[in-house]
Design a binder for this molecule. Structure first.
Ligand code: PAF
Length: 300
């Protein structure tokens, strides 16, 4: 069978707030059966919590390269925030986001209310529980319930949008593994695409939460990237992994960070990797100005 690209990108940004409107858009946009010799149009989804930056736009760019239509969801998911976390003050700017996504040539933005997604959230909802071996460590041990909330909303978004490919940033490395595992374990019919971290010119990984940093904190925040780079160099020079990690923790603490973890892990299982034989991932989470920052770096 020969395939050709579906030439139908509309450049009209549809902003949808209900699942019904989304289904209608999907039917209108993708519903026609493929003509002889043509394949079905591919839909890419970029799930976000809004307050978009260049990192999100790189996911959109990748989706546009690979798919005929691109949908972006904007939903600050209450289920993935703990009781003492920053759900209420998580930054929001729907108007700014829509303007960025319009210029980026996205076809559809799905921005539902909490009620549209969960109904009455005070009532317990069915949840997806990722395997313990993947969430009993790193972010999972500092944020109990977080990955259940992520897996649940991502599963719901997949069911609502029914994308062919979904795009996630590699900055949330553990989240990406949780989502890949869910798709595998639950036989979901889509592909997951990880997209590399986008950094500020000084090396700080882009994040919606960077906006919370004080001016001084913003200057210091780059230390996470510096520490990851020096641990990577130490490993490449065959120096002791544990000594390099200990040095890194000390450097972060002396800069004013409260370090939650700085670890070298197996890229697939996230088990500690003290004598790396295959590529490993260095992962860090640390608080500065009470802002929780995460970052990571692969060592081949
Ligand atoms: O990475 C995020 O922004 C969120 O965790 C996600 C994947 C959109 C789910 O709410």
């Amino acid at each position: 069978m020969s395939y050709t690209r579906v030439e139908s990108r509309s450049n009209v940004l549809e902003v949808l707030e209900s699942v019904e409107a989304l289904r209608h858009w999907r039917e209108q946009t993708l519903g026609n059966p493929p003509q002889e010799g043509k394949r079905r149009a591919q839909l890419g989804l970029v799930p976000t919590m809004g307050y978009l930056h260049a990192g999100h736009l790189s996911l959109v760019e990748r989706a546009k390269e690979e798919c005929d239509f691109v949908a972006v969801s904007i939903f600050v998911n209450p289920l993935q925030f703990g009781p003492n976390e920053d759900f209420a003050k998580y930054p929001r700017d729907l108007e700014g986001d829509l303007s960025l996504l319009g210029s980026a040539g996205v076809d559809c933005v799905f921005s539902p209310s909490t009620e549209e997604v969960y109904g009455d959230l005070k009532k317990a909802t069915t949840q997806v529980v990722p395997p313990q071996w993947l969430i009993d460590k790193l972010c999972g041990s500092f944020r109990p319930g977080h990955f259940e909330g992520v897996a649940t909303i991502v599963n719901k978004l997949f069911n609502m949008v029914q994308p062919d490919i979904a795009y996630f940033g590699e900055k949330d490395y553990q989240q990406l593994l949780v989502i890949r595992q869910m798709v595998k374990d639950l036989n979901m019919n889509l592909n997951i695409q990880g997209v590399p971290i986008v950094r500020e010119p000084d090396g700080l990984a882009m994040s919606s939460r960077n906006v919370y940093l004080s001016q001084n904190g913003r200057k210091k925040a780059v230390t996470i990237h510096e520490v990851l780079t020096s641990v990577k160099n130490a490993i490449e020079e065959k120096r002791s992994v544990s000594a390099a990690l200990e040095e890194g923790r000390t450097k972060l603490e002396s800069t004013g960070f409260e370090v939650q973890y700085l670890e070298a892990c197996d890229i697939d299982t996230l088990e500690p990797a003290s004598q790396p034989k295959k590529p490993i991932v260095l992962l860090c989470a640390a608080k500065l100005d009470n802002v929780r920052l995460i970052d990571n770096m692969i060592v081949q």
